[in-house]
Design a protein around this ligand. Sequence first.
Ligand code: FES
Ligand code: FE2
Length: 373
Amino acid sequence: MMSAPRPVSPLLAHCPPGLPRAAYVEPDWFAREQSTIWARNWVMAGRVSDLPVGRMRAFSLAGAPVLICRDGQGAISAFHNTCRHRGAELCHTEREMGKLITCPYHAWAYAASDGRLVSMGPATPTDDFLKAENGLQPVSHLIWNGFLLLDLSGRAVLAPDAGTDALNAWPMERLLTGHRSSRLIACNWKVFWENYSECLHCPGIHPELCDRVPVYAKGIMARDEVAQPSQSGTRLKAGTQSWTPSGAPCGPLFPDLTEAQRLSGATFVTLWPTGYIVAHVDHVRAVRLEPLGPTQTRLTAEWYFAPETLDQPGFDAAHVASFAQTVLDQDAEATEMNQRGLASPAFTQARLMPQEYEIHRFHQWVRQAMESA
Ligand code: FES
Ligand SMILES: [Fe+2]
């Protein structure tokens, strides 16, 4: 008798060890990750539409100061934020710019379009000084679905297995930021990803989310982890369509979504190490990480909406965001709790459960990135 092919379960067939304690607490390990992981992958630097035209902004990329410029025509360029004269920072936070980037120290001026050195203020160089060799050093950038991504190495690839085309049905370019929250969490950035990568904690930590997404109440992330997959196509509680406080959409539904995308209620795109995007039927959300030290991470979450959604009378983006913000706050507390325990000298390394297959994959990615360096 032939049986229909079943989805291959992603559950691990064993309980592998996690990363060693040093990975979560030691400055040396953190510094190596900065150069082998954060400096060699695309890092989210926010939405292009949130960078005002005619302004430049400082950004920290893998610990390196970077300058992001948006000229009067809206074109983006990015450079190392260090003057070729004696190394001064060119921009501290954000400031206006014209066609030139002028160093605030001794007025060396560079073309914003390509970083070429144009003039050197009152200094008078001799013939051995070549302007052409003293332009700003560029940083690779890419605009993807309306996000600005930066890469210090110039060699990063957007991994196709991250599902980077999963957002094609969403009008990403025209969405605008309606709400933003930012906070520091007292945990290693990998602890955040580990928590993101499993749902064993969901029943205990996320009562509201488990009510909205019933499969999470079982401690699993996807239906194909279940021995008897449910025949129901939806992952959201009956009668709800989105991750809003009431479950009702906050505006018109995006018109081009497939039936499966509408029913699932949330399409995730994960971009290690920098962040993730969750696309709902009516709005989109992104969360990005900035590792500040072995035990400190800045978490920034943004909610994006179509202009016609934002224009609705009385529209309250913060209220829409409050549902996912509650979940994010619960996760932040969980990750801080996790980090406090990792500080114990009695902790050596985790023991992963079969349901933590995604953490295992993440650990292998971290190990591989650090070893191949
Ligand atoms: S350090 Fe920039 S002009 Fe001197
Ligand atoms: Fe969670």
